[in-house]
Design a protein around this ligand. Structure first.
Ligand SMILES: *Cc1c(COP(=O)(O)O)cnc(C)c1O
Length: 379
């Protein structure tokens, strides 16, 4: 048998400015690229393992997890394969099939799937709808009371800290207070926040936090982070009855080798960059203001934004597309000519983008490019 050419080459990130929010926080610093090379072989972190990945001393996985727990202000932390696996493990450990859980109306599909795989009944807490799609803590109370009237007591509340559709930062403290009034634990999904902005799980009143290494922590992944309060450790990190050192929900070991090595190598960079989060938000707000000045472009979601992921409704580009010979593809093609990528091909009614990590010259270049494209087409 002969193999096809799998096209395993990629220069996109080197040669273009990538506006895809999904990819802005997963870019590896040099230290992590070196670690990726050093640990590229299969079970490379397992040379000195005596049975537990989280206790490996060389490389110092154990030391890293201690630091990470402190960084997130949780009592214990493990790496998992991604935010979704973190959510699945928590639900699996603390809920029973048939239980009801509450999730916000902006929850990621992986929250829905983690619940489905655990055979949980999912009740959605509605958002304020267009154009803000805001999640209000009091809406959790309302849904909890409605359920209570039907004699249903949920076993878990899930809140998306920052959602991937609008980049709305939610009030975790507010939901956490309600959660503790009702005696229900709160799982905070920090896939879009952990590694970008400071996370203090206790201050945020979260019993559990999950993060995504490849989304927001400058790791190659797939890797995620699961942090929790001490009182849940016995349940979530329960040991196997047959292999007494192994943790069942982790299936013994989770993400090993290069994904873990890159997460560890990027950690000093992550600690430093979360300290500059306010600058990132300021930069994004300025970017939004410049984009809106063009006309026919408006940011939706909560305004002013508190996150780098922004969603624009772009009636301007949609109007152009209707008359353009390349139709909806014109925007992608005009941007690509200017070495800007990350906006979906063919899409002009709205798009999501992020300028996270770009310097001011790059952001200026990006806004100027959008202005030029508008002007070129008579706007
Ligand atoms: C990207 C994303 C996820 C999925 O993260 P993985 O680490 O790939 O599982 C989950 N939740 C939200 C809100 C996300 O944006």
């Amino acid at each position: 048998m002969e193999c096809q050419d799998y096209a395993l080459n990629r220069t996109l990130e080197r040669e273009n400015l990538n506006l895809n929010p999904l990819q802005r926080g997963g870019f590896l610093p040099l230290e992590a690229r070196k670690a990726l090379y050093e640990f590229s072989d299969g079970y490379s972190v397992c040379d000195y393992c005596s049975g537990r990945l989280d206790q490996v001393k060389k490389p110092s996985v154990a030391g890293f997890l201690d630091d990470l727990a402190q960084f997130l202000n949780v009592d214990a932390v493990r790496t998992v394969h991604g935010a979704r696996e973190g959510k699945f493990a928590i639900m699996h450990a603390i809920c029973q099939p048939g239980d009801t859980i509450l999730v916000d109306g902006n929850a990621h599909y992986t929250t829905h799937l983690a619940a489905e795989r655990n055979q949980l009944k999912l009740v959605e807490v509605p958002t304020s709808g267009h154009p803000e799609y805001k999640v209000e803590p009091e809406s959790y109370r309302e849904v909890l009371n409605q359920l209570h009237d039907q004699c249903e007591e949920p076993s878990l509340l899930v809140l998306t800290h920052v959602d991937g559709d609008y980049g709305n930062l939610t009030d975790s403290q507010g939901v956490g207070k309600i959660a503790s009034e009702y005696g229900i634990p709160l799982l905070l999904n920090c896939a879009y926040s952990m590694g970008r902005m400071p996370i203090d799980a206790k201050k945020l009143k979260a019993d559990f936090v999950v993060g995504s290494g490849h989304k927001s922590m400058a790791a190659s992944g797939p890797i995620g982070v699961l942090g929790l309060k001490e009182e849940w450790a016995d349940k979530v990190f329960k040991r196997s009855s047959t292999h007494s050192v192994k943790e069942v929900e982790m299936l013994g070991c989770t993400s090993r080798g290069a994904p873990l090595a890159t997460l560890m190598a990027s950690f000093p960079h992550i600690m430093e960059r979360v300290g500059k989060w306010n600058q990132e938000v300021e930069k994004t707000r300025k970017f939004v203001a410049q984009m809106e000045k063009i006309g026919g472009i408006s940011q939706i979601g909560v305004k002013p934004t508190d996150h780098d992921l922004v969603r624009f409704e772009t009636s301007l580009f949609h109007q152009i597309a209707e008359k353009h010979p390349r139709r909806g593809f014109f925007l992608y093609e005009e941007l690509k000519k200017r070495n800007i990528v990350g906006i979906k091909r063919g899409q002009t009614k709205w798009f999501k983008c992020s300028v996270y990590g770009f310097n001011s010259q790059q952001v200026e270049y990006i806004t100027r490019s959008f202005q030029e494209i508008a002007e070129k087409h008579g706007h």
